[in-house]
Design a protein around this ligand. Structure first.
Ligand code: ADP
Length: 803
């Protein structure tokens, strides 16, 4: 049961006409109440909003007394209350005037193993009585607080009278819960069959809190420790039932001075000081011979690796957690603990075991390197075992495989981020260099005509620089700083752009088949990013095929999508025209349980160092950014198919840029159209870029005032007329581009600004809060610089500045 609303899902006290105003007040009161319960103004605010909405729609949830003269009584939406109460880390219960429990949260259920009605909750000693008194105080004074002891340790109970009519009590129980979840199994086991089995073997066992309060105990312990059959042990301080005897033994107070001395074994269940402790009490005169089963069962239950070693230093028993942590081969178990560790640590382990087998010392921790993974030292705890028959030493080992995996993941992610930053930085610097190279080539080409002896060589340099530029684009994509340059394009163009690269990537055993459908609609996306998508999917496909061992076939297909197919995809894809890009392989396929996770960042099934888990999440991000949808279909062993639907672009022509169209467009902009006049302030700290830009602009007819940084630019502007345009780098030492722009606009309001940068436009736009600025990504050609300049100036003339 989750919700203790006793009278149905919603309790309506006194049916009647809805009164919105009062409902609002009730909402306020309830919000205040929630604020107190949860201690979180956000949650309470959310509740208030919800309550007001409820009030607004007609008070459907809240009804008032209809007849005049009767006290107006407000009902609460208990379901809503409970949901709010779940936000509290404490156990929360609400009782009404009649003392009935009307609402409680999950934490309350966990704390008291059910929904007992306060004050009748299971508490040690006369806890229930104390709580009842506190409840009465709360009705009278509005508030009461009491500290109690329950099965899970100390409980702080706070009781408050609340509600619009002050007609409910809210009971909040802050329990110092012991390692949640984990001892529950042990608790049950101790009080159930295992407890009986242990008892039969002469072992009394209890689970106690770090403070010593009993959480659970087996029947023998309960009956022997208690003075009378009614006396409760659970919830009490175990020490109260014991007195110290001779030679480190203990006795039960209840059994008197002549009672059998007992040996006490304490096993903390985790490393931290607050962890619960498992206690075993064994009659010191009784051997433990018959208890091997019981001990083993107990060991098996331990949430961490435990093993028993005899006086000779040989393993007697180990639980599965120990075997797992130490990577023990169950077929050929090791004889000595030293067999598990690297040669250098053998001596230390053997020494420590010898020492603890014969001394009174209690325990120690030893950092050892296991043979199987010598790179990650693990902590081996060695403790003297007394009263456990032949066992002399207790070893415990924490399985930190999961912890190490997380550590490696974090390290990997951190590394990726560092690599990303480095890549972004390198790409930025390269973009500057490439701008200079491409620019100089452009300037030279203007002086040479085709057929000229140098013309082809310069073209070569330029072509290779462009290749380098596409590399820096990949670097930026990797560091997620790429500038989005969506274009209207045809998918086959994208595929053919990368197919050579793919052939090389696939290796010899994988064949590549490319099929293009007819009548494909154009799509609008960034071609560089789409190439990235194809490459990422192809690399995954290759890995899946290579790990199958037989090689295989990668098929890349583009096709237009029939509307029926979109319908089959359900509500996810809105009906419309799409062009699909489909990449299928004949590899291992993706198991059904893995399939839902593959697009998550850092999800990988590949071994450490091979997979980053970023490939598909990047793909997903790009597809989403482009307004598309991606689906993975696969059956284990039968390969996988990734289908991407991109909406067909239908808007007007100006955007059209297939590769051919791009060329046409370039042709349309004959250089003559790019001529301009006026003064341009050019600010760029990279000498080579500034030189090229200066020459290129001067060539187009502009008067260029060049400055190597922001300060120099401000100086240059003294006593000079307003320039027509400012072209500036963004990142510069001391005064950066945006700061310069702001200062210039103080002198010349609204002056048009064109930023050039090797960083991503989106990022810059986010960090630059300036209106009316245009961007030119580096590297750019002389032509692109001239075009961008003309566009900004034209837009300025037209009154709307290009952005
Ligand atoms: P990585 O490749 O670094 O592991 P990805 O995000 O690219 O990260 O892929 C996540 C996981 O999805 C892979 O580890 C793999 O298990 C699974 N996967 C992706 N593509 C395929 C495929 N074509 N065939 C089989 N499994 C795949």
């Amino acid at each position: 049961m989750r919700l203790a609303t006793l009278e149905g899902k919603r309790r309506w006290i006194n049916g009647g006409v809805a009164a919105l105003a009062i409902a609002g007040v009730a909402g306020l009161a309830a919000a205040a109440l929630i604020l107190w319960m949860v201690g979180d103004p956000m949650v309470a605010g959310g509740f208030l909003a919800a309550a007001l909405v409820v009030a607004g729609v007609g008070g459907a949830l809240i009804r008032l007394a209809g007849r005049s003269g009767e006290p107006v009584s407000v009902a609460y939406d208990w379901e809503l209350m409970r949901v709010m109460a779940e936000a509290s880390a404490d156990g929360v219960a609400i009782t009404d005037r009649g003392g009935r429990l009307v609402c409680a949260n999950d934490q309350y259920e966990q704390l008291f193993a059910g929904f007992p009605t306060p004050p009748s909750v299971p508490l040690a000693g006369d806890g229930a009585g104390e709580l009842e008194v506190a409840g009465r105080v709360a009705w009278r004074d509005g508030h009461a607080r009491v500290t109690l002891r329950g099965a899970v340790g100390v409980i702080e109970a706070t009781i408050t009278r609340a509600g619009q009519q002050q007609d409910v009590l809210i009971w909040r129980f802050a329990g110092r819960a012991v390692a949640p979840g984990m001892p529950a199994r042990l608790m049950e086991a101790l009080e159930g069959p295992l407890g009986i089995q242990l008892g039969a073997a002469g072992v009394m066992a209890a689970l106690i809190t770090a403070e010593g309060y009993v959480i659970a105990a087996n029947a023998v312990l309960r009956s022997r420790a208690a003075v009378s059959s009614e006396q409760a042990i659970v919830g009490e301080d175990l020490a109260r039932f014991l007195v110290e005897g001779e030679g480190g033994t203990v006795r039960f107070v209840a059994e008197g001075v002549s009672a059998n001395p007992l040996r006490l074994v304490q096993i903390p269940l985790a490393d931290d000081a607050d962890a619960p402790i498992l206690v075993a009490l064994i009659d010191s005169d009784a051997g433990i011979s018959g208890s091997a089963d019981g001990i083993e069962a107990l060991l098996m239950l331990m949430p961490f690796g435990v093993a028993l070693v005899d006086r000779e230093g040989r393993f007697m028993q180990m639980n599965s957690a120990f075997a797992r942590a130490a990577n023990v081969d169950v077929g050929a178990p090791p004889i000595y603990p030293g067999d598990l560790v690297v040669r250098e640590d053998k001596g230390a382990v053997a020494d420590a075991i010898r020492r603890f087998a014969s001394s009174a010392a209690r325990s120690t921790d030893l950092a050892v390197r296991l043979k199987d993974h010598p790179d990650d030292p693990v902590a081996l705890s060695i403790a003297a075992a007394r009263g456990l028959g032949d066992a002399a030493v207790l070893l415990s080992l924490k399985d930190n495989g999961e912890e190490n995996r997380l550590k490696r993941e974090v390290a990997q992610a951190t590394k990726m981020q560092a690599v990303g930053q480095l890549a972004g930085g390198v790409a930025h610097d390269f973009n500057n260099i490439l701008t200079a190279i491409i620019g100089h080539c452009d300037l030279m080409l203007m002086r040479h005509s085709p057929g000229d002896s140098d013309y082809d060589d310069i073209q070569q340099i330029r072509a290779n620089s462009n290749r380098a530029a596409s590399l820096t684009r990949q670097l930026l994509a990797f560091s997620r700083q790429q500038t989005l340059r969506p274009q209207v394009l045809q998918l086959p163009d994208v595929v053919s752009e990368v197919s050579n690269l793919l052939r090389r990537l696939m290796g010899e055993t994988v064949t590549l088949e490319v099929k293009h459908g007819r009548d494909l609609g154009p799509v609008r996306a960034d071609p560089g990013q789409l190439e990235q998508v194809v490459v990422n999917l192809a690399v995954n496909a290759r890995d899946a095929m290579l790990s199958k061992g037989t090689g295989g076939k990668l098929t890349i297909q583009t096709r237009s999508v029939p509307i029926a197919e979109i319908r089959r995809r359900g509500d996810i894809v809105p009906l419309g025209d799409y062009t699909a890009l489909e990449i299928s392989d004949t590899g291992t396929g993706i198991p059904a349980d893995v399939l839902p996770k593959i697009f998550e960042p850092f999800f990988t099934t590949k071994e450490v160092g091979k997979g980053t888990g970023l490939g598909l999440s990047t793909v997903y991000g790009i597809v989403k950014q482009s307004g598309g949808f991606i689906f993975a279909d696969s059956r284990t062993g039968q390969g996988a198919t990734f289908t991407i639907y991109l909406p067909v672009h239908t808007a007007g022509v100006p955007d059209v840029v297939s590769v051919a169209a791009q060329a046409q467009q370039a042709a349309r902009h004959r250089s003559g159209e790019l001529w301009g006049t006026g003064t341009i302030l050019l600010v760029e700290d990279e000498d080579m870029v500034r030189a090229v830009a200066e020459r290129a602009l001067a060539r187009q007819g502009y008067t260029v005032l060049a400055a190597e940084n922001g300060e120099a630019a401000m100086e240059l502007m003294q006593g000079v007329d307003r320039p027509a345009l400012v072209i500036s780098d963004v990142m510069m030492p001391l005064m950066d581009g945006p700061t310069l722009a702001r200062q210039l606009r103080k002198i010349h309001p609204g002056i048009p600004i064109l930023f050039m940068s090797g960083y991503a436009e989106e990022q810059l736009r986010r960090s630059i809060d300036l209106d009316n600025v245009a961007f030119l990504p580096k590297p750019f050609s002389v032509q692109q610089l001239a075009e961008a300049t003309r566009d900004v100036l034209l837009a300025q003339e037209g009154g709307n500045v290009a952005a």
